[in-house]
Design a binder for this molecule. Structure first.
Ligand code: AMP
Ligand code: ZN
Length: 457
């Protein structure tokens, strides 16, 4: 790899050369979903961005440890530490318990990852399974004098830090003059809750004892405690959407810095919004589809992935069904052209170097895609297939597969069962399973590399 990897760091507002803290190992923490509802395609754009980041780091020879949280408690409906807990509210709506809700939407989220070919994190961490770590961190902050108590919780006093808000370059003076921040018993408008007390008379499904009272953690402390547990007091990269800059990540930095004296991550990277008519996709503005809804309209999830790669992660991307249709057409055309290529020459270094330069330039995927198109259209070049194969390690678009066969868990289980029977030389039973799989529309081709599925025509 000739080109150096440069990434944009929100903290410094600069593109910087990336150098890991520890040799060739890279720790990434990505703020994950709040599992109270389906994730919409806007959310998913942010996870496609962190997937590309991870693939580019791996391509550069780093060993990535990727941690993603699952927020199943403490994310309130209002950013001002008020309103209902989103997961508890959903549990009431669906007459289920909170953990059923969380597990249900988390499962769908993981299926979305599979459909979008997003590589799963090495560690998933659920907030409710890390209450002890959060309480310990809050105790540390109490001991160091960064907190105060009000009638509804334990708050972080942001005036105790001399440079609170540096990530977002918040102008605290301006905020002080602003009207819209609810103060109640808060000492400063930017103060935020670390631990919220359960309301008197309210029986929450998810609550824990802490300092003699029942309550639950604030959303920001979750990420500080869990990133610290799995990646240490300081790690390489923290990711999320741009909406996390002024509040969530600002507060994560405040807490961790107060507790350890260190900014938790070296690089802070943020994905820009998917927009609809120029504004963040939302219930009122529109564009708030899930992948399943897009599928019903005839769009493949990989076409959505392709669509996301046509914009730089730091630029907003305007969504419309028409824009997505155009992307799907291009993606299909691209795959059809590639399917016709027959050459097994060596990788084309010239194209690959240009491609590497693009991905290492702060993940410039639109440019990388244009290089791919240039390559497939170039009539005087050899080694196309192998070069495309390399590139697809980053794109993750199954460019060399004629058709990405979606296999249900039922079929996956049957294949596993059949393999076991074959190992035990129980041929008759194995054949019965082959027939069963046939009845589900697939043929098993036993190759040297193992069983391959083909769709029955
Ligand atoms: P949430 O489940 O609301 O915490 O959001 C999950 C992730 O999606 C966060 O990293 C958000 O910053 C991100 N996000 C939310 N809305 C959008 C959007 N319209 N476009 C891109 N990312 C978004
Ligand atoms: Zn977070």
């Amino acid at each position: 790899m000739k080109s150096k990897l440069k990434l944009y760091n929100t903290l410094t507002r600069k593109k910087q050369e990336f150098k890991p803290l520890h040799d060739k190992k890279v720790g990434i923490y990505s703020c994950g979903p709040t599992v109270y509802w389906y994730q919409h395609i806007g959310n998913l754009r942010t996870y496609i961005f962190s997937d590309i980041l991870k693939r580019v780091l791996t391509y550069n020879g780093y060993k990535v440890k990727h941690v993603m949280n699952v927020t199943d408690v403490g994310h309130l409906t209002s950013d001002a530490d008020e309103g209902e807990d989103k997961v508890e509210k959903a549990a009431k709506r669906e007459h289920k318990n909170a953990s059923e809700i969380a597990n249900f939407y988390w499962k769908i989220f993981k299926q979305d990852f599979e459909k979008l070919n997003i590589i799963e994190p090495n560690i998933w961490c659920k907030a409710t399974e890390h209450i002890k770590e959060m309480q310990e961190l809050i105790k540390k902050l109490i001991d160091k004098g960064y907190t105060y108590e009000t009638s509804d919780g334990i708050y972080f006093d942001t005036s105790k830090l001399k440079d609170y808000g540096k990530l977002a370059r918040l102008r605290i003076e301006k905020l002080k003059a602003g009207k819209r921040v609810a103060m109640k018993e808060k000492r400063n408008k930017t103060d935020f809750v670390l631990w919220k007390f359960s309301k008197l008379g309210e029986k929450r499904q998810q609550e824990w004892n802490f300092l003699g009272r029942k309550g639950f953690p604030g959303w920001h402390i979750e990420c500080s405690a869990m990133s610290m547990k799995y990646l240490g007091e300081q790690f390489d990269i923290h990711t999320g959407g741009t909406d996390h800059i002024p509040v969530h990540h600002t507060n994560e930095i405040a807490q961790s810095e107060a507790a350890t004296g260190k900014i938790p991550a070296k690089f802070w990277m943020h994905g820009a919004f998917l927009t609809f008519k120029g504004e963040k996709v939302s219930k009122s503005k529109g564009g708030l589809y899930t992948l399943a809804e897009l599928e019903k309209k005839g769009f493949s999830s990989l076409a959505y992935r392709y669509f996301c790669l046509t914009a730089h992660y730091r630029s907003q991307l305007e969504f419309s069904l028409e824009n997505l249709k155009n992307a799907q057409n291009s993606y299909e055309r691209l795959k059809n052209i590639i399917a016709e290529i027959k050459d097994d020459k060596k990788i084309n270094k010239n194209y690959l170097e240009k491609f590497e330069k693009a991905i290492n330039n702060d993940l410039d995927m639109p440019f990388a895609i244009s290089i791919l198109w240039e390559l497939v259209r170039d009539k005087n070049v050899e080694g196309k297939l192998r070069t495309i194969k390399e590139m697809d390690k980053i794109f993750g678009l199954y460019l060399l597969e004629k058709e990405k066969i979606k296999v249900s868990t039922e079929i996956k289980k049957l294949i596993g069962k059949r393999e076991k029977l074959r190992k035990e030389k129980k041929w008759k039973e194995a054949d019965e399973i082959r027939e069963k799989i046939k009845s589900l529309g697939f043929y098993i081709n036993d190759t040297k590399e193992g069983p391959k599925l083909e769709r029955l025509k």
